[in-house]
Write a protein that binds this ligand. Structure first.
Ligand code: PFF
Ligand code: NA
Length: 452
């Protein structure tokens, strides 16, 4: 804090958009979105999801970026700067950094699974194997603690290597390299889906709404996912916003990020369901869709090894650019609030994330009998705490703060001046009424349904 070095900034708007899109586009788009769409019956769920993105996701993303840019601080420091150290609003900052910390540790374990699958695709381990054997590999991996720890370690080292380089020379530079490759890989898989025998079925599943299949539970799931997929409530967007130049138009920048994230999710859905239907498999496989169904599907298609390599490389890149934003959100806190140097902060936090990730990696083997809370293993308990409680809670507080209590003069005026006449009133209405209400409803039902 004492050193008055000029604070880091993105070198260009493209750099910011790619970094923020890198944070947003992750396992949530390519792993989770397709499988929850599959479980919730397709088209109608997709429609509700798109509405949630527009009326809850986009306004809160703008609010977080505004807070970051106005204060030029990490998420905790941002609220301290705005309201003072003793203000209860600081809770939003603390909760979001805590969420980033928890998610960073287990996201890395799941990312490690994608590295294992990438490795197996490179070795061509799926071709010619019976479906049951391929599906069994996933259970074999989760039963294998040391192997998961190895990949978890490798993944955290990669994240550390990027974050330690700083905002421009690490995060921005690597997003500029990885994100275009990610888009190209996605286009390849999307076209492969469109030219496969199941294309029509895949498209119909994604885009023909059957409202009979919509349950109140699916609406909640769609809303909750809108939050996770845009990296909201986890300090990431406040932190990335804090490196954003005052001159940039925040509305158009946020819009691009949201559009990229949504496009990738929809393309991933089409790419996956088309090939799944083309070999007559089921869309509702759940979390195993990507790690069990997809390898089976590819093993039965011509060029399957190549497709598998492309798919798991895509997944690994997506996870990497997301996890570095979670790490950076915590690193920024130690730099801005505690006066640490970047190298020390990055190494310390990556090490800590590795250690906290250990019980996650051991959750389905060594520690499978250890029920942390309500019969949940460590992994599930961490996920429950972060996704069900911390995220909606910090999102709710942030939305109420920005909608009702923050004067935010500069940022709000810029928004007022920067868009068409209806933009500001529309945003203000959503952030005041709709976003907090929607998040509160999600929070209420999640708490009620888990009974915790
Ligand atoms: N948005 C990421 C995804 O969809 O996979 C997950 C995520 C990354 C959430 C980074 C939050 C975050 F800070
Ligand atoms: Na996402």
């Amino acid at each position: 804090m004492s050193k008055q070095a000029p604070r880091a900034q993105w070198a260009s708007r493209l750099g910011f958009v790619l970094a923020a899109a890198g944070s947003a586009i992750g396992l949530g788009n390519i792993w989770k979105f397709p499988y929850i769409t599959g479980q919730n019956g397709g088209g109608a769920f997709v429609l509700v999801y798109l509405v949630s993105i527009a009326i809850v996701g986009l306004p809160i993303m703008m609010a977080e970026l505004m807070i970051g840019r106005q204060t030029r601080r990490d998420a905790v420091g941002a609220f301290i700067k705005l309201e003072g150290k003793r203000s209860p609003w600081c809770a939003a900052g603390w909760i979001s950094v805590a969420a980033a910390f928890i998610i960073c540790s287990y996201y890395s374990v799941v990312a490690g699974w994608t590295l294992e699958y990438l490795y197996r695709s490179l070795l061509d381990s799926f071709s010619g194997q019976p479906a049951a054997a391929i599906e069994g590999m996933f259970g074999g991996l989760t039963a294998n603690g040391p192997r998961q720890l190895f990949w978890h370690f490798v993944f955290m080292i990669l994240c550390l290597g990027i974050v330690i380089g700083g905002v421009q020379k690490g995060i921005e530079r690597w997003n500029k390299i990885l994100m275009p490759i990610l888009f190209a890989l996605m286009v390849l898989l999307f076209l492969n889906g469109l030219f496969s025998a199941g294309a029509w079925q895949g498209l119909a599943f994604m885009f023909r709404p059957d409202f009979g299949k919509l349950t109140p539970g699916s609406v909640l799931e769609a809303l909750g996912h809108a939050f996770f997929t845009l990296s909201l409530g986890m300090a990431a967007m406040i932190t990335y916003g804090s490196y954003l130049n005052r001159k940039e138009n925040l509305l158009s920048a946020s819009f691009r990020v949201v559009l990229l994230d949504t496009t990738i999710s929809l393309m991933a859905g089409v790419a996956i369901f088309s090939v799944v239907f083309s070999v007559n498999m089921q869309p509702a496989a759940g979390p195993g869709l990507v790690f069990k169904t997809i390898p089976v599907v590819f093993s039965q298609l011509p060029g399957g090894q190549f497709l598998a390599i492309v798919f798991f490389l895509l997944l690994a890149f997506a996870a990497l650019t997301s996890n570095i934003s979670l790490l950076e959100a915590q690193v920024a806190y130690l730099i801005d609030e505690r006066g640490w140097g970047r190298k020390r902060a990055s190494a310390f936090l990556a090490g800590l994330a590795f250690v906290v990730g250990i019980p996650t990696a051991l959750s389905y083997n060594l520690l499978s009998e250890w029920k942390v809370v309500a019969g949940l293993v460590f992994f599930d308990a961490a996920d429950l705490l972060a996704s069900n409680y911390l995220l909606p809670l910090s999102g709710l507080v942030t939305a109420i703060y920005v909608g009702w209590f923050w004067s935010g003069a500069e940022e709000k005026q810029q928004l007022l001046a920067g868009g068409a006449g209806w933009v500001y009133p529309a945003w203000h209405f959503l952030i005041r009424y709709i976003s907090p209400l929607a998040v509160a409803v999600v929070l209420y039902f999640k708490v009620r349904d888990t009974g915790l």
